[in-house]
Write a protein that binds this ligand. Structure first.
Ligand SMILES: Nc1ncnc2c1ncn2[C@@H]1O[C@H](COP(=O)(O)OP(=O)(O)O)[C@@H](O)[C@H]1O
Ligand SMILES: [Mg+2]
Length: 237
């Protein structure tokens, strides 16, 4: 590989050959918007939810652990975005972990509205660039990677290498990476190949709507070992 193509590879952020050390994944540069948002939508981020997560008595080991978590569900509309946002807020605020929330919901992204940031540049722009574009939220330790120019975007095979590079770069910079994903079904819209790059999945179940058969169908496409656990949403009090 010539020096020039090596540098191009670095700029494109792709996995590249590094002599005897073998294949290495090259990090993209993290670019943070200097304008910090001053808004958080109180409908999605509610004290009642984030407090519940903040009050968790986390084991000593967890206070230091670095983790990348995908939030998904079997069928859609079960509360993934709500859980992902409140989990991110409580980890950043109560547990003081440097956290980034990634909006990977390309059909209908909404986390930029929740946290009062711009929609773009975001994830899509970070694909074709040696940089990852983040927004600062009102909460000190919480950053957002908004969806970006998501119209006409599809997770094809071509997007798998860039998305893995972006995740790798975020994992270097942040203690906790939370990815708000789409539901596993319909499987055509779900980036299965990306899941193995995460430490694990949190599966949101709507106790009023999600059926056991939906959960079983979901696990035909993803491995049970990839699920850290379940969050039961809308449980009767
Ligand atoms: N526990 C809850 N309490 C109140 N509203 C909820 C709850 N869970 C979800 N919702 C509402 O239901 C809708 C769908 O939730 P959302 O998090 O967007 O689902 P998903 O991301 O899985 O599609 C949103 O309007 C959200 O505010
Ligand atoms: Mg959502």
């Amino acid at each position: 590989m010539t020096k020039k193509s090596f540098i191009n590879d670095i700029e494109n952020g792709h996995t590249t050959w590094n002599g005897e050390k073998g294949l290495i994944r090259v990090s993209k540069k993290i670019i943070v918007d200097p304008n910090r948002s001053t808004f958080i939508d109180g409908v999605t981020v509610r004290k009642r939810y984030s407090n519940a997560l903040s009050a968790l008595n986390l084991p000593e080991d967890f206070r230091k652990i670095r983790l990348s978590i995908g939030v998904t569900s079997p069928i859609g509309g079960e509360g993934k975005t709500l859980i992902a946002a409140n989990l991110a807020v409580s980890l950043a605020l109560a547990h003081e972990r440097k956290t980034v929330l990634v909006d990977m919901n390309m059909t209908n992204p909404g986390l930029h509205k929740t946290f009062g940031t711009k929609l773009r540049p975001g994830l899509v722009e970070s694909f074709h660039n040696g940089k990852v574009f983040l927004s600062r939220t009102k909460i000190d330790k919480l950053y957002l990677l908004p969806a970006g120019r998501h119209e006409d975007f599809e997770f094809g095979l071509n997007s798998m290498i860039p998305i893995k590079d972006i995740l790798h770069s975020l994992e270097q910079e942040f203690e906790i990476v939370i990815v708000d994903m789409s539901s596993v079904l319909p499987i055509e819209d779900f980036p299965v190949a990306f899941v193995s790059n995460l430490d694990g999945l949190l599966v949101v179940i709507d106790s009023r709507r999600t059926k056991y058969a939906d959960v079983e169908r979901m696990f035909k496409h993803i491995n049970k070992d990839q699920a850290f656990g379940f969050v039961m949403n809308n449980m009767d009090e």
